[in-house]
Design a protein around this ligand. Structure first.
Ligand SMILES: NC(=O)C1=CN([C@@H]2O[C@H](COP(=O)(O)OP(=O)(O)OC[C@H]3O[C@@H](n4cnc5c(N)ncnc54)[C@H](OP(=O)(O)O)[C@@H]3O)[C@@H](O)[C@H]2O)C=CC1
Ligand SMILES: CC(C)CCC[C@@H](C)[C@H]1CC[C@H]2C3=C(CC[C@]12C)[C@@]1(C)CCC(=O)C[C@@H]1CC3
Length: 340
């Protein structure tokens, strides 16, 4: 097998990573997975257990490989700043170094569209918008550092090509975040309020479209290609009001959609107050609030992104529509349906 059809998925046990692996296998790739945990059983996959911050653990997983997909990260909801810095920034530098030592030609990073989001409206944002000076959280701050490292390491002269994919609001079967958090909030009776006027458009991107964008990027990553060293938004290209999307998921799972409205700034300052109380209580009790300033910003502002550059440079088109994606997602969570 040519090494352009041999790849390693770092973070392949995670939500996006597992979908990447399934799609790559279907397309005839030989797939290695490198992750801190073994997330699934599949005889067709060569699994390597390890921490990406450790080059010696990483190197065996990269031997003879042409493409590396790096989609590992600590969960965005973690409060461990040191972990974000170590894994997303320092660890990514280790990944780059290990790829070069192992002779890997292509590195595709999963970044995030949030690298340009500061909690203020973004409408049809393009990749030309500068990185956020005030990112919404520390996770995003380290995603910016990570993306900069990967893009600046692109070097056709030494046959090392890089590209970053910036998805937004990934959802689909086995997502541990969006639908489970939504249902948990609804079950706790806390899904009563809509933040803002309910008109703010947002991108939610079906996981198969995100995977498609990554594989197209890898296959288009050739010397002299315009995509080398660049970042691309990958979305469903169907922005939808945030609360319409959430309500569709909730209603399909037999939960009530939020009925009341709370002004954006009231919600934001309330969430800041909750965060302060959580911080003060931390020495006595650890509380993980649902209502955080970051989530309020995501729920109450416009943030949708143009994927025209991915269409132009790599022929990207979403392969699953939003309607179909919601249907597939809801069907995939039988245990989360409310029994009427
Ligand atoms: N989900 C979303 O809406 C969005 C996600 N992204 C990005 O997409 C990527 C994938 O996200 P998602 O699939 O949701 O995340 P997951 O948490 O589901 O998957 C990440 C995987 O990486 C593993 N991992 C974490 N740290 C290390 C490490 N040091 N060494 C090796 N493996 C490690 C995780 O293990 P463990 O679970 O044990 O930590 C997990 O298996 C991330 O880079 C994220 O930033 C971007 C935009 C939106
Ligand atoms: C309780 C409600 C007010 C909100 C519930 C839904 C949220 C859990 C999700 C809505 C938008 C999502 C999102 C992310 C995580 C889950 C949501 C906040 C990310 C922060 C994941 C990591 C990223 O890179 C950016 C994402 C933006 C959208």
């Amino acid at each position: 097998q040519q090494n352009s059809k041999k790849c390693t998925v770092i973070g392949g046990s995670g939500f996006l990573g597992q979908h990447m692996v399934e799609s790559l296998l279907e397309k005839g790739y030989a797939v290695n997975v490198f992750d801190v945990r073994k997330g699934f059983e599949n005889d067709k996959v060569h699994f390597f257990l390890g921490d990406l911050c450790n080059k010696q653990e990483l190197l065996p997983a990269l031997q003879g490989v042409g493409v590396v997909f790096h989609c590992a990260s600590p969960a965005p909801s973690s409060h461990d700043k040191e972990l974000f810095y170590r894994v997303n920034y320092v660890g990514t530098k280790t990944v780059i170094q290990a790829c070069k030592e192992a002779g890997v030609q292509k590195l595709v990073l999963t970044s995030s569209a949030s690298v340009i989001f500061e909690g203020k409206d973004i409408k049809n944002g393009t990749e030309d918008i500068p990185y956020a000076k005030n990112p919404i959280d520390y996770y995003t701050e380290t995603k910016i550092l990570q993306e900069k490292e990967v893009l600046s390491s692109n070097n056709p002269d030494v046959n090392f090509l890089t590209v970053a994919i910036r998805p937004h609001g990934i959802f689909g079967p086995r997502d541990p975040q969006l639908v489970p958090i939504l249902v948990q909030t609804a079950r706790a009776g806390k899904m009563k309020f809509m933040i803002g006027d309910g008109r703010n458009l947002v991108d939610f991107t079906y996981v198969d479209n995100v995977v498609h964008g990554h594989i197209l990027a890898a296959e288009n990553l050739q010397k002299n290609s315009p995509i080398c060293g660049k970042a691309y938004h990958i979305t469903n290209d169907e922005p939808i009001p945030f609360w319409t999307f959430l309500s569709r998921i909730l209603i399909s799972l037999n939960y009530e959609a939020p009925k009341y409205r709370i002004p954006y700034w009231v919600a934001y300052y309330l969430a800041c107050l909750v965060s302060l109380i959580v911080l003060l209580l931390r020495p006595i009790r650890t509380i993980k609030p649902t209502f955080t300033p970051m989530r309020v910003a995501l729920a109450g502002t416009y943030h949708y992104y143009s994927c025209e550059q991915a269409k132009r440079d790599m022929g990207y088109r979403p392969i699953v529509s939003l309607d179909e994606a919601v249907e597939r997602t809801v069907q995939s969570y039988p245990k989360l349906h409310k029994i009427k």
